[in-house]
Design a protein. Structure first.
Length: 190
């Protein structure tokens, strides 16, 4: 790939990683990773040109990039089947000219399954697991988990109400006598 007359690799633009919509490790669809376009000698030379402060920032950005990608990967793995849009990243250009992921998000389906409280309960539990999957959940992750807990509580209440109605219907169908009692009696031996 050429940008401003300078040859750079796909890996250098998106170090270490998966991008939304790609299936390889850092390669765009239909294109092999262009890592060989940048020689290791050129990378070493550019690294030597950085000041100590810039070099520290590059190391910090690499660490952040790794953490962000692991965080979003944890969400995606735990939300299997609910992912609407894969990881999207926010990037910062480092002093070395490379882009590093400094933020990201994964969009998952949090809609309710109409008329099926058991399905809503299962979905809410999965949403909660997905939100809390990363080692260090963000404030947004905690908010999503709280909303999922509320969804689960509502589903549990609906399930209990449904069971209550079924039991009442069953008692009315099989147990009531004409006098309004349950039709059950207990015989005691004395």
């Amino acid at each position: 790939m050429k940008i401003s007359g300078e040859t750079i690799s796909w890996e250098s633009l998106f170090p270490g990683g998966l991008l939304s919509g790609t299936k390889g490790k850092g390669s765009p669809p239909g294109e092999k990773a262009a890592k060989s376009e940048v020689s290791s000698g050129a990378e070493e030379a550019s690294s030597q040109e950085l000041t100590e402060k810039e070099d520290r920032r590059v190391k910090e950005l690499k660490k952040i990039d790794s953490q962000v990608r692991a965080h979003e990967a944890a969400h995606m793995a735990a939300a299997s089947g609910l992912v609407v849009r894969g990881a999207q990243y926010e990037y910062e250009k480092g002093p070395d000219g490379h882009l590093y992921a400094v933020g990201g998000d994964v969009q998952i389906d949090t809609s309710k399954e109409n008329g099926d409280p058991a399905a809503n309960l299962r979905k809410a539990e999965k949403i909660q697991r997905a939100a809390m999957a990363p080692q260090d959940p963000s404030t947004q992750d905690r908010k999503v988990a709280a909303e999922a807990r509320a969804m689960a509580a509502e589903a549990q209440a609906e399930l209990m109400e449904k069971k209550r109605k079924e039991m009442k219907s069953s008692l009315e169908e099989y147990g009531e006598d004409e006098g309004g009692g349950t039709g059950l009696f207990v015989e005691t031996w004395g």
